[in-house]
Design a binder for this molecule. Structure first.
Ligand SMILES: NC(=O)c1ccc[n+]([C@@H]2O[C@H](COP(=O)([O-])OP(=O)(O)OC[C@H]3O[C@@H](n4cnc5c(N)ncnc54)[C@H](OP(=O)(O)O)[C@@H]3O)[C@@H](O)[C@H]2O)c1
Length: 318
């Protein structure tokens, strides 16, 4: 069962950053002996939900009669949205047991999907109930996956991931003539953080110093909708040529005067997660306002050739 959960979480994580305003969700379908028959993810808003997608794979591959257990990272929905309720797709299949990673955070429907499946006679349980040493970890991973959706739908602002790279001496500026000082592995991590974000937030100081591209290049990116690039720039110093180039690279670009108004604007356009990639001035402003949910610090080793260290703090409820 733990393996099925891991596969469902991995499937969902591959589409984090591509599903807004829906949360990323993954689903694995197992036979009665625990063999994974299919695994699928919700790939974009308007597309099939993960449960329906995984069951469709079982039908296409002729395995539907073997279906017994469905593992899904988020409680199946029980309401009509852009697609029919997943609870009905499950009830119309041979599924007998449903394991759920995280409860539906929507207060209006919380618990309803699981309760309806249980009322229909299915066995329903949660990742935290697994009799396995990884139960807590899997449950937390499922909660982290939907944390941006929770912050957005409950608190009305995007989940804020702040990324800060520090040189061996503790500074943020790259050496003269360079744009970065971190290793290839840290660069890949930075691009993973960009991929799962619906918006990049930066300051005019960073653009004037480095003119970063902010595109996702070092990891695959399944996102189809344009990503937002929001620049805090009260004095409007960002060069027009930079903004034009960012648009050509697929960004929807905007300039802003203050952080709270920017966050409200991003939330209104369905941004679930924003990555803050800026210099020390704006970073201090975000920290002073206590506006961060995840803080990723990449530290260059003082010993040349040794890997950077990465520290990730997040404010997910325990
Ligand atoms: N190591 C890293 O992780 C990293 C990441 C990015 C950049 N950097 C480095 O950081 C340096 C640039 O740093 P920086 O501090 O000059 O740039 P920054 O923090 O990216 O941008 C500063 C600008 O943001 C705006 N701003 C700041 N606080 C604001 C607030 N509360 N509300 C509205 N706007 C606000 C201001 O624009 P106005 O002045 O127009 O008001 C300010 O000039 C470069 O050397 C760059 O290489 C390092």
């Amino acid at each position: 069962m733990a393996d099925g959960f891991r596969q469902a979480l991995t499937a969902a994580e591959a589409f984090a950053g591509a599903t807004a305003p829906n949360p990323p969700v993954g689903c694995a379908v197992l036979d009665a002996r625990g063999v994974v028959l299919a695994c699928a993810a919700h790939q974009q808003a308007g597309g099939l939900h993960a449960e329906a997608a995984a069951l469709a794979v079982c039908r296409e591959t002729g395995l539907i009669d073997r279906v017994h257990t469905l593992i899904v990272t988020l409680e199946p929905c029980n309401h009509h949205g852009r697609t029919p309720p997943c609870v009905e797709a499950i009830l119309a299949s041979p599924v007998q047991a449903v394991w759920i990673g995280a409860r539906d955070p929507n207060p209006a429907v919380a618990g309803e999907g699981g309760a309806r499946l249980a009322r229909a006679g299915l066995e329903v349980a949660f990742a935290g109930d697994l009799d396995h040493r990884d139960a807590t970890g899997l449950s937390r991973q499922a909660a982290r996956l939907i944390a941006p959706f929770v912050t957005w739908s409950v608190h009305g602002r995007p989940w804020l991931t702040v990324k800060q790279a520090l040189t061996a001496e503790g500074g943020m500026a790259p050496p003269a003539g360079a744009r970065t000082f971190t290793s290839q592995a840290s660069l890949a991590l930075a691009h993973q953080l960009r991929r799962r974000a619906d918006a990049i937030v930066t300051g005019s100081g960073t653009i004037l110093a480095d003119a970063p591209l902010f595109t996702v290049r070092h990891v695959p990116d399944p996102r189809r909708a344009p990503r937002r690039l929001a620049v805090l720039d009260r004095r409007r110093r960002t060069p027009a040529a930079y903004l034009d180039a960012a648009r050509r690279h697929g960004f929807e670009v905007s300039l802003h005067d203050d952080i709270p108004a920017l966050l409200a604007d991003l939330a209104a356009s369905g941004v679930l997660e924003a990555l803050v990639e800026c210099g020390p001035t704006l970073l201090d402003a975000f920290r002073a306002a206590d506006l961060w949910d995840e803080h990723v610090t990449i530290r260059q080793s003082p010993r040349p050739g040794e890997p950077d260290t990465v520290e990730i703090l997040n404010r997910l409820a325990a």
